[in-house]
Each structure stands twice: as C-alpha cells, then as structure tokens.
Write a protein that binds this ligand. Sequence first.
Ligand SMILES: [Zn+2]
Ligand SMILES: [Zn+2]
Length: 433
Amino acid sequence: MIDETGQRILRLIDVHKDQIIAFAEDIAAHPEPGYEEFRTAGKTAEVLKNLGYKVTEHLARTGVKGTKSIKEGPSLTVIGELDAIGCHSHPNANPVTGVAHACGHHAQMAAMIGCAIAMADPDVQKCLAGTVNFLAVPAEEYIDADKRARLKKEGIEFCCGKSEMIRTGVFDDTDIALTTHVHMVPVEEDFYLGNPACNGYSAERVTVRGKAAHGAIDPWNGVNALSITTSAIQMMGLMRETFREEDHVRLHNVIRKAGDVINSVPDEAIVETKVRAASLDKICEITDMVNRAYAGSAYAFGGKIEMEKLQGYMPIIPRAADNALIEAADDLGLNYRTVQKGDFNNACTDVGDLSHLVPVVNFTFKGFEGKLHGADFRITDPEKAYILPAKLLALTAYKLLKNGGQEAKKITKSYTPVFNKESYIQYVKNTIE
Ligand SMILES: [Zn+2]
Ligand SMILES: [Zn+2]
C-alpha cells in the first residue's frame, strides 16, 4: 500500500509532467557526443539549481551533480547519462557530429530530473534520512582511440565518464547508485527490475607495419600491411569456433587505415579491435588469442605489429531486484519482471565498472520502438519512457531513505566491493600499460 508521502511524490511528478517531457524532447533534439555534452549539461544544471540543489559543474569535463544533504544517513546517487551515440542515418542525428539519442539516454535524463523534482519537496525531505545526489554523467558510449588520445591531452585520463568520475573522486561519497536505461535485453514487460550480468570488453589499437614497394614493378620487395591485417582478421574468424556460448564472446574489428595509394604495396594499416566477454579472465584470454593472430600473421609475412592497449569496460556484477524497487513497482501497478539467474546482456556499459565499487540498484524500461543504436529507434510512449521511470526512481529513493535509511543500510551492509578507488585506478592503469 502506498503511503501519504508516496502519493505526494507521484502527484509532484504528475504536476510537472509537461516540464519533464519537454526536457526529454529538448535533449533528444540536441544530441551531443561523449565529453562534449555542454548544452545538455548546462540545461541539467539549470533545472537542478532551480530546484534548490547544491550544484557542481564540469565534473570529468561535462558532468553535473546536484546534492541535498537532508540528515545523517546513507548517500544515494541517481544517475543519468548525458551522451548520444554515433548514428548518422538517424532522423534526429546532429548533421555535424552524426550523433543521435538512439540509446535513449535522454529518457534516463528526464527520469532523473523527474525524480529530482519530487525529492526537492520539503514535505518529502522531512521523511528522509541521508543525502540525495543527482549525477549527470558524460561519455557512456565507446570513445574511439583518436578521440581518447585528444582527451588525454586535456586531462581526461580514463575514457568513459563513470570511470573518470571514479578516478577523480566524484563517487567518493556515494553509498548506493541508482541507474536506469531503456531495455537492453529483449523483455516483453514494460519494466525489468535488477541488474543482469553483462559483458565487459577490452580494446586495442593495432598498427601493422609492412614495407612499401611499387605495386607492379617489384611487389616482391614489399611487405603488405593489408595482407597481414586481413589474414589476422581471418584467423580471428576461424578462432570463433573455440568460443563457448556461456562466455558470450563477441569480437569486432574496424580497419581505420589500410595503405595510402593503390599502386603501392600498403606499408601501414591501423585496426581497432574490441573483445567482449562475460568475465575479466575470459576477456584477457581471448585478447591473448587475438594478439597471437596479429603476431602470427605479421611473422608469416615479415611485418611488424605495434599494439596500443585501450581501457575497456568491466562486466556488471549482477544484482537481483531489491525490495525497495519491487515494492515501488507494485505501488505503481507496473507491468514488470525481475532479473532471473542466467539473464544476460551482451552489450557493455561502464555501469559495470561502478558495480565493482558500490551496489547499483537498476531497472530498465520500455516505451520505445526500433533497434537500440539504430536509425529507427524512437520513444513512442512518453508516459512509459519518461514519467513512469521518474516515479519508479523517486519511489525507490524514498523507500531506501525513509525510516532512517533502513533499507539503504541493508543494501550497503550486504555488499562487498571488489575494488576501492585506489585499487580500481591501479587495475585500470595495469590494463592499459
Ligand atoms: Zn548505447
Ligand atoms: Zn546506452
């Protein structure tokens, strides 16, 4: 049964429905790439300031945090992702950057703002113990090697937003993170509660060195970097039969460069390679295989390989649906299912990294059509994609922090982190050195 404060929370979100939907649509109409979400961040900061939160901007370049410490108690951080995904063919793609909100991050931003509206109310705050943070995080989507190199010169050491925020201490005062996303695994129901296991990945930029020669006069004096590259990629293809289903291995390559002029033997090729798998050990094992394919191919042709390791994302540590989340979904009468053992998300997210440091209470939602990252992705039901997720976030936050933060404390007590900030930073640095 929903209590009086719970009802007040729902009313507050209903009263501000038009504002929340307008916020979502405005962000969808102005998509920005990772670490360049200046406009989206500015809008978010403005709304949070108007609601009376203490706002900090330019965290990990574009991140925004609104905070309200209410009473001694657990610190809860509600997360929204700022960035759009490269998808030139999407009808709402920015013509210059080619990014569009085809991963639905504008919907989670709207849900976060809706939740912030309800939590800003003094009568709601009276019933809470603890701190609420609303954190708009940059760069969830993959950042390519060239852009990473540029960002590094500007002080961004870790490639993805949450990771860079862990490194720079933004999550130091977070006890529990609350995250949302549109459905990433195929779920019939409107809501999917809990955090299913998901892949992590490793990435590397490989420069293949050959030797230039005239393509017709004396090709026998050249070493063909493109031949080395295609042979290595073919080997990876043949290795696929050794991948086990339960490891969820996915292997992708993009050839960024493969020679300069067609009448010469290509002497340089550049490939970006990504290995996804369900565990950190499996990622390392398959990455070794990939590297053997490059080395073996270079050996066969007499060329050389230069390898630049790039930071990956960690797999999510799965988490069943917490009581507060289930109760909130029941109060709302939602059509939902909970994460079951064996559920798996083949995509990757930097929420995986965060789940190694703090408990991540998560749900995903519907209200859209088309394929994630596809040109046909669009929100079709603002109620299900913006308003109900805002209500679910707010009711869950309320249930976690009411009664002296009892439910939140239960969650933090039963959670054992894999890393603290220092050991996390060290681990990431080891993977890229
Ligand atoms: Zn995405
Ligand atoms: Zn996404």
